[in-house]
Ligand binder design. Structure first.
Ligand SMILES: Cc1cc2nc3c(=O)[nH]c(=O)nc-3n(C[C@H](O)[C@H](O)[C@H](O)COP(=O)(O)O)c2cc1C
Ligand code: SF4
Length: 362
C-alpha cells in the first residue's frame, strides 16, 4: 500500500515535519528521580524517532517539583533539566524526527507524595477517580503556575525542542481549570467559558513572548470529557477559537482522562477520538492531530485521506512496535507487531516504568 497523504511533509511556522506520523506524549516514568533524562528514557524516544516518525512528543513533563505524574517523570523546570534535555532532543532530531515535548501539571489527581504533601486544584472538589479533596489554589498561586508553564516552555526551546505542547487533556490541571465540573472558582479563572479558559490563554500569551513568533506551540485537549456536566465539543470549539486568537499553532484532539475511567481507551479503540478530531478540523484552520486506536499505518493514511486530521498520532502501536512506520512504509506491514490493547502499559507493574506485553526490549 502507498501512503501519499502520510508521507507529505507539513510546515508549521519554523518547523517542518518530514511526514504526518506522530508519537503522542507517552509518560514512561523512565527518567531519573531528579527529573533528568536517563539512557533508558532517551533510548525509548530515540528508537521510535529513528523509524520514520515525523514528530516525537516527549510525554507529560513536569513544570515544577510538585507537578509530575510519576516519581521518575521527566522535568524541564530547572537549568539542570535543560542540560539533560539537550541530549534527549538531539537524539530525537538525529533520528530524523522533529523533537517536541508536552508540559504538564497533574493538579488534583496527583498523590499527596507527588504533590509535595498537599494536593491542589482549581476548587476543593475531589476527582471521582481519587480520594483526596484538593486545596483550592489562591489567585496568586494560579498566576505562579502560569509562570511555571511559561518558564518550562522557554526551557523546552532552550533544550532543543522544536515544538512545545501544553497538556490541557486527560483530567490534569489545565483540563481541571477548563472543565465546569472541577472548576467552580469565583475569581477571574472560574465561571463562564472565557474565565475557565483564562489560565491556558495566559500561558499561551506568556510563552509566545518567550519563545518568539516562529516557534510552534500546541495544545492537547479532551474535547469531550466523558463525565456528567463536563466539557463537550461545542464549548471546546469556542475555547479553541480563543486559543487560536492567542497564537495557538496546533491542536491535538483527545477525549476523557483519569476522571472518565476507562472511557478514553474505549473511545480510542472505537475510533471515536479520530471522529472528534474530524469535527475540530471542520471548525478550525490550524493543523489538527488525531489519535486513538491506530495499530496499522493504513488507518492513519485513511484518516488524513478522509479529511479528519492533518497528522495522526500512534501511541500504543509504537510502544508495541517502534518500527511500525518504517516496516509499513517499506511494504512490510505484515511484519508489524500489532498492539492487542491488553493495557499492561497503563498498569503500574513491579518493574519500574512502562512495560509492554509484546515488547520485551523496554
Ligand atoms: C503508557 C502510556 C502513557 C501515556 N502518557 C501520556 C502523557 O504523558 N500525556 C498524554 O497526553 N497522553 C498520554 N498517554 C495517552 C496517549 O498519548 C494516547 O493518547 C492514547 O494512548 C491513545 O492513543 P493510542 O490508541 O494510539 O494508544 C499515554 C498512554 C500510555 C499508554
Ligand atoms: S502493553 Fe498491551 S496495550 Fe500497551 S502497547 Fe503493549 S500490547 Fe498494546
Amino acid at each position: 500500500m502507498d501512503y501519499p497523504n502520510l508521507t507529505r511533509p507539513l510546515t508549521v511556522k519554523s518547523t517542518t515535519f518530514p511526514n504526518r506520523v506522530v508519537l503522542p506524549p507517552i509518560q514512561t516514568n523512565y527518567a531519573a528521580s531528579n527529573g533528568e533524562t536517563t539512557e533508558r528514557h532517551l533510548n525509548f524516544y530515540a528508537n521510535i524517532a529513528r523509524n520514520q516518525v515525523g514528530l516525537t512528543i516527549v510525554g507529560a513533563t513536569g513544570v515544577s517539583p510538585v507537578s509530575r505524574l510519576g516519581d521518575h517523570a521527566f522535568c524541564l523546570y530547572e537549568d539542570r533539566h535543560v542540560e539533560s534535555g539537550r541530549a534527549l532532543f538531539a537524539a530525537i532530531k538525529q533520528g530524523g524526527s522533529v523533537p517536541a515535548v508536552q508540559i504538564n501539571h497533574g493538579g488534583r489527581v496527583l498523590s499527596p507524595e507527588l504533590a509535595g504533601g498537599r494536593v491542589i486544584g482549581p476548587s476543593a472538589i475531589a476527582s471521582p477517580a481519587v480520594s483526596n479533596t484538593p486545596r483550592a489554589l489562591t489567585t496568586g498561586e494560579v498566576e505562579e503556575i502560569v509562570l511555571q508553564f511559561v518558564r518550562t516552555a522557554e526551557n523546552a526551546k532552550k533544550a532543543g525542542a522544536e515544538l512545545v505542547e501544553l497538556h490541557g487533556a486527560h483530567s490534569f490541571l489545565l483540563n481541571q481549570f477548563l472543565s465546569p465540573v472541577s472548576n467552580q472558582r469565583t475569581d477571574r479563572y472560574g465561571g463562564g467559558t472565557e474565565n475557565r479558559a483564562r489560565i491556558v490563554r495566559e500561558i499561551l500569551t506568556g510563552a509566545r513572548e518567550k519563545v518568539g513568533a516562529d516557534f510552534p506551540i500546541g495544545l492537547r485537549l479532551s474535547v469531550e470529557e466523558y463525565v456528567d456536566g463536563g466539557l463537550g465539543l461545542e464549548e471546546s470549539l469556542d475555547m479553541i477559537r480563543m486559543f487560536i486568537e492567542d497564537g495557538l499553532d496546533v491542536v491535538h484532539v483527545s477525549g476523557g482522562g483519569i476522571d472518565s475511567g476507562g472511557r478514553m481507551i474505549k473511545a480510542a479503540n472505537k475510533g471515536d477520538l479520530i471522529r472528534l478530531a474530524g469535527e475540530v478540523k471542520k471548525a478550525v484552520s490550524i493543523p489538527v492531530i488525531a489519535v486513538g486506536g491506530v495499530t496499522r499505518l493504513e488507518q492513519a493514511e485513511e484518516a488524513i485521506q478522509a479529511g479528519l486530521a492533518d497528522m495522526v498520532a500512534i501511541g500504543r502501536g509504537l510502544i508495541a512496535d517502534p518500527e511500525l512506520v518504517s516496516k509499513s512504509l517499506a511494504g512490510r506491514s505484515g511484519d508489524v507487531v500489532e498492539c492487542n490493547s491488553c493495557l499492561q502499559c497503563f498498569m503500574r507493574g513491579e518493574a519500574p516504568g512502562l512495560t509492554c506485553s509484546l515488547n520485551d526490549k523496554l
